[in-house]
Design a protein around this ligand. Structure first.
Ligand code: NAD
Length: 480
């Protein structure tokens, strides 16, 4: 079994006092590694290293050299893609096909996309009254703490690390304690690629201690957080004490709307991929399926039929499309929602139970579909973060929009129709940071992503992400 250390100032070291935490493979229930349980003094050391790196060799690099270095980190990640993808699957339980062919390639692409931005971040000259030259520059914020959840451990880390580095900041990365292995592997990759010491630090431990200590620390300038909405509220409250910059990417309860004029075969695929990709542990999962009542019965029958054919399997098997739920606690939470849905009167039409892949071990669950869900039921309102679909009917376009927007969340939405006018009309009225038309769960490093309402604020990926890692300086030069 692997014993992992913290990466601080370019060196690997034990957490203070040698404290550790176990990492569990959710597909086998075995402990696969021990990681350092960092303390407040480790956080202090990481902050000191990240601050020193701001003015060290990193701060002296030209923007183009910085970009080249970030590109090289991306290349090194590609070189080690098989090992990193395997680690992602081992600690998270997702199918190796998803890790190897989707998540880790996207993580490398994210680094290389933002590497290209490093020397394209610039200010403007401003026409003012009087005889003066006024120009703006965009400067890094300083030290960024990136706090990430367990569902896409490396990808969500890169959504923060890549733009932060491109803009010239230094970073302390804190992965979720359940899924720290790829962040630690990435720390080594960055060192090997030549990132100067202290530019990227990786510290592990629980959110309540290490995460909290980062958010409180006066030496940190920005918190880039992805996680649960309630944790995000706490992060915002704590960060207010030191008036840190923050971006929050939080939960969702995204509607996937199927109109009767849609290509129903495509909508069927979109409805199931929308919820079951990533075992439903996807912030933008299309967990509310809104279906026009004229096609509801036939459409849901097909959704149920397709769902029953999806069986969880060994995440390391390349044929597996549905892996293990990330942890025992998460499996129990999801199964509890199934019980609540039954009690509140929703009709279970597929799945609903824990699954066994033949080993008698692992946190597997059958993909699950509920029909006859009413908009005020718990499973229509709360984020389950698991493979559970709640189908709700609507009578017309305006009711579909009203039901879609009837949520405290606003992360993403899907619209299925062949009518171009209707597609744009609905897209313009949906309160969501991303709207997918005749597709679902597609992402590109160039396309910004983030929430409306209580799904958070700030944007990741795309050019707009850079706005959240720089600050604007205005310089006045008297020419009189
Ligand atoms: P979580 O909020 O429990 O944990 C997220 C991270 O925050 C972890 O690293 C954790 O250790 C840390 N943390 C916990 N308590 C903290 C505290 N008091 N101070 C600072 N850090 C703390 O969330 P999770 O269960 O790991 O992740 C699932 C959630 O993430 C879901 O709600 C999901 O919707 C959300 N998510 C959102 C997006 C998005 O882009 N909007 C993407 C993926 C996941």
């Amino acid at each position: 079994m692997d014993r992992k250390q913290l990466l601080i100032g370019g060196e690997w070291r034990d957490a203070e006092g040698g404290k550790t935490l176990p990492v569990i493979n959710p597909a086998t229930e075995e402990v696969i590694a021990e990681i350092g349980a960092a303390s407040k003094s480790d956080v202090d050391a990481a902050v000191a290293a990240a601050r020193a790196a701001l003015t060290g060799p990193w701060g002296k690099l030209s923007a183009r050299e910085r970009g080249r270095l970030i590109w090289r980190v991306g290349e090194k990640l590609v070189e080690q893609i098989d090992q990193v993808a395997r680690l992602e699957t081992l600690h998270n339980g997702k199918p190796i096909t998803e890790s190897r062919h989707i998540e880790i390639p996207m993580a490398a692409e994210c680094l290389q996309y933002f590497a290209g931005w490093a020397d394209k971040i610039h200010g403007e000259t401003v026409p003012v009254k009087g005889n003066a030259l006024v120009y703006t520059t965009r400067e890094p914020l300083g030290v960024v703490a990136a706090i990430v959840p367990w569902n896409f451990p490396l990808l969500l880390a890169m959504w923060k690390v890549a733009p932060a580095l491109a803009a010239g900041n230094t970073v302390i990365l804190k992965p979720a304690s359940q899924t720290p292995l790829t962040a630690l592997a990435f720390g080594q990759i960055a060192l090997e690629a030549g990132l100067p010491p202290g530019v990227l630090n990786v510290i592990t431990g629980s959110g309540a201690s290490v995460g909290q200590a980062l958010v409180e620390h006066p030496g940190i300038d920005k918190i880039a957080f992805t996680g649960d909405t309630s944790t995000g509220r706490g992060v915002m409250r704590t960060a207010a004490e030191t008036l840190k910059h923050i971006t929050l990417e939080l939960g969702g309860k995204s509607p996937n709307i199927v109109f009767p004029d849609a290509d129903l075969d495509a909508a069927l695929r979109g409805a199931t991929i929308g919820i079951f990709y990533g075992k439903g542990e996807v912030c933008a999962a299309g967990s509310r399926l809104l279906v026009d009542k004229s096609i509801k019965d036939q459409f849901l029958a097909k959704v149920a039929e397709r769902t029953k054919k999806m069986v969880p399997g060994d995440p390391l098997d390349p044929k597996t499309r549905l892996g293990a739920i990330s942890s025992k606690a998460q499996l129990e939470r999801v199964l509890n929602y199934v019980e609540i849905a039954k009690k509140e009167g929703a009709s279970l039409v597929a799945g609903g139970s824990r699954a066994d892949i033949g080993t008698g071990k692992g946190y597997f669950m059958q993909p699950t579909v509920f029909a006859d869900v009413k908009p005020d039921m718990t499973i229509a309102r709360e984020e389950i973060f698991g493979p559970v679909l709640a189908a709700i009917e609507f009578a017309d376009v305006d009711e579909a929009i009203a039901r879609a927007n009837d949520s405290m969340y606003g992360l993403a939405a899907g619209v299925w129709t062949r009518d171009v006018k209707k597609a744009h009309y609905v897209a313009s009225r949906l309160q969501a940071g991303t709207v997918w038309v005749n597709t679902y769960n597609v992402y590109d490093t160039a396309a910004s992503f983030g929430g409306y309402k209580q799904s958070g604020f700030g944007r990741e990926m795309g050019q707009h992400a850079l706005d959240y890692y720089t600050q604007l300086k205005t310089v006045w030069v008297d020419l009189g």
